[in-house]
Design a protein around this ligand. Structure first.
Ligand SMILES: Cc1cc2nc3c(=O)[nH]c(=O)nc-3n(C[C@H](O)[C@H](O)[C@H](O)COP(=O)(O)OP(=O)(O)OC[C@H]3O[C@@H](n4cnc5c(N)ncnc54)[C@H](O)[C@@H]3O)c2cc1C
Length: 435
C-alpha cells in the first residue's frame, strides 16, 4: 500500500492532523492499535487555542455543542479544619475575542467527532486494531490480527502517545521526571447548577472538579505516590468522605459510585524530547512531550502540534516542496511554546506538592495577587489558553511575591490582542518560504 502521510496512533493529536491533511486532498493512512474505545480516562479540558483550531477545521459548533463551557475556575483554599479560607478565580473572559472559555468534553466523544469528519474524505484510510511494529526510511510494518502489511509513504508521523514506535525509529530517547504524588480520577453525576471548574486545596489535600456535559463531573484527587493500593483496600465510603469533606456540594452525588471499579490511578510524569523531527519523520503530542496535568495542557499541546505540522505539510504538498528539511519549521514553532507550558505546569504542580502550612499560605497569596493584578491575570490566562505566550517579568515575580504592590490599571483590549499569536507567528514559512 502507498500513501502520502502515514500516521501511527489515532488519539486526539493524530486525528486532528489527519483531518487537516485529508481536507487538503493529501492521502493519509492512520493505524490505531485499539479496536474500540480507550479503556482509561484521558484529557477532557479543551483550552481556547484548541477551540480556535477546531473552528478552522469547521468542527467548532459540533465540539462546543457536545461540551460544557467553563469560563471561570474557582480556586478555594481551605483551613486545617476544612473551612473556606481564601477564594480566587482564574477567568478566561479576560482574553479578548471569540475564544475566551475552556470546554469540557468526553475524550471519546471528541475523538469521534474528529474521526467522523475525516472519514467523509475518501483519501482517509483508517485501520483500527492495527499496530505499527516498525518503520524504516520508506516503509511501515503494520500488524492487524494475524496479518501483516506494509505501507510506503513520503512522511511518517508518530502520534502514538508515551510509548512511541516512531520516536524509537528516530533514535530519540526520553527521560521521564516523576512526582511525589499521584492522582485518583473518576467521573460521576453532579448537581445541574454546578457549572464552573472548582479546585479545593488545603495544606495537605487537593481535589479538582471539572463539570462535563450530561450533568457529570470529572474529578482528580491528589494522593501520595504509592498509596493507591492502600486506599483501594478501604471501603468505598472512605473515598466518598475524602471528596465530601472538601466539596460538600457533591454530597449525595459522589455516593453514586458504589464501588472502586471506575476509579482509576493517574501517574503524572514530565519529559520533553530534544528533537521533534528527523529525516522524513516527526512526532507530535505525548510522543514528543508529557506534561503534568495540573494546568490541563496535555491534550491541547497534541492538538496544537497537529495544527502547526498539518498546516506545514499542506503547504509542502501545495507547493511541491517535499524536501523533509522543511519539517524543521514545525519544531521551530512548537518546541519553545511546549517547553514553556511544560515548565508552567511543573510549577503549578510544585505549588500543590508539599503538605506544609507555609506552602498553602504562599499559594493562596500568590493566586490572590494574580487575580488582583490585571496584567498578571491576563498573562496567566493567555499562557494557559495557548493563544499567545507572554512570559513573566522580574516585576511580575516581585508582585506575586508581595514585594511590591499589585497594579490596578486594566490592560486595553488592543494591547491584549497584540499578545495573541498571529498567523505569521504560527506559520512563519508562509512568509519565509519553503525549500
Ligand atoms: C488520566 C488522564 C487525564 C488527563 N487529563 C488531561 C486534561 O484534563 N487535559 C489535557 O489537556 N490533557 C490531559 N491528559 C493528557 C492527554 O490525555 C494526553 O496528553 C493526550 O491524550 C495526548 O494525545 P496524543 O494524541 O498525543 O496521544 P494519545 O491520546 O495517547 O493517543 C495515542 C494513540 O496511539 C495509539 N498507539 C500507540 N502505539 C501505537 C502503535 N504502535 N500502533 C498504532 N497505534 C498506537 C494508542 O492506542 C492511542 O490511541 C490526561 C491524561 C490522562 C492519562
Amino acid at each position: 500500500m502507498k500513501t502520502d502521510v502515514f500516521i501511527t496512533g489515532g488519539g486526539i493529536g493524530g486525528l486532528t492532523l489527519a483531518l487537516k491533511l485529508v481536507r487538503a486532498g493529501i492521502d493519509v493512512v492512520m493505524v490505531e492499535k485499539l479496536p474500540g474505545k480507550q479503556p482509561v480516562y484521558k484529557g477532557e479540558l479543551l483550552q481556547p487555542k484548541s477551540m480556535q483550531i477546531f473552528d478552522g477545521l469547521l468542527v467548532y459548533d459540533e465540539v462546543a455543542s457536545n461540551a460544557q463551557i467553563i469560563e471561570v475556575l474557582d480556586l478555594i483554599e481551605l483551613s486545617k479544619s476544612l473551612k473556606v479560607k481564601e477564594q480566587s478565580f482564574m477567568d478566561y473572559t479576560v482574553i479578548p475575542g471569540k475564544y475566551n472559555a475552556a470546554y469540557m468534553i468526553h475524550h471519546e466523544v471528541l475523538k469521534k467527532i474528529i474521526r467522523q469528519e475525516a472519514e467523509k474524505y475518501p483519501n482517509f484510510h483508517y485501520f483500527n486494531g492495527a499496530s505499527c511494529k516498525e518503520i524504516d526510511v520508506t516503509t511501515a510494518t503494520v500488524q492487524k490480527g494475524k496479518e501483516q502489511f506494509k505501507v510506503e509513504a513520503d512522511f511518517f508521523i508518530g502520534a502514538e502517545g508515551r510509548a512511541s514506535v516512531t520516536r524509537q525509529a528516530m533514535g530519540i530517547k526520553v527521560e521521564p521526571i516523576k512526582y511525589n504524588h499521584h492522582f485518583i480520577t473518576v467521573t460521576f453525576p453532579r448537581p445541574a447548577n454546578f457549572v464552573g471548574g472548582q479546585i479545593f486545596s488545603s495544606y495537605n489535600r487537593f481535589l479538582g472538579l471539572f463539570p462535563l456535559p450530561d450533568d457529570q463531573v470529572r474529578s482528580v484527587y491528589l494522593i501520595p505516590a504509592g498509596d493507591y493500593k492502600k486506599i483501594r483496600e478501604k471501603p468505598i465510603d472512605h473515598f466518598h468522605k475524602l471528596y465530601t469533606e472538601l466539596a460538600p456540594s457533591i454530597d449525595g452525588y459522589v455516593q453514586k459510585l458504589e464501588d472502586w471499579s471506575k476509579i482509576q490511578l493517574m501517574i503524572p510524569i514530565m519529559y520533553h524530547v530534544d528533537s521533534y523531527v528527523k529525516g522524513n519523520k516527526a512526532i507530535i503530542g505525548d510522543a514528543a512531550h508529557a506534561v503534568h496535568p495540573m494546568a490541563g495542557e496535555g491534550m491541547n499541546m497534541a492538538i496544537q502540534d497537529a495544527d502547526i505540522l498539518g498546516e506545514l505539510l499542506v503547504d509542502m504538498y501545495k507547493t511541491s516542496s517535499l524536501n523533509p528539511s522543511n519539517l524543521k519549521h514545525y519544531q521551530n514553532v512548537r518546541m519553545e511554546r511546549a517547553e514553556y507550558l511544560i515548565q508552567l505546569s511543573h510549577l503549578s504542580a510544585l505549588a500543590y506538592s508539599f503538605p506544609f502550612q507555609p506552602v498553602s499560605w504562599l499559594r493562596s497569596k500568590t493566586f490572590e495577587r494574580m487575580e488582583e493584578d490585571p496584567v498578571l491575570h491576563f498573562k496567566q490566562m493567555l499562557n494557559v489558553s495557548g493563544l499567545g505566550m507572554w512570559k513573566e517579568s522580574v516585576r511580575d515575580r516581585f508582585i506575586q511575591g508581595g514585594v511590591i504592590p499589585t497594579r490596578k490599571k486594566e490592560l486595553p483590549s488592543e494591547k491584549k490582542e497584540m499578545k495573541l499569536f498571529s498567523a505569521e507567528d504560527d506559520y512563519p514559512w508562509k512568509w519565509k518560504g519553503l525549500s
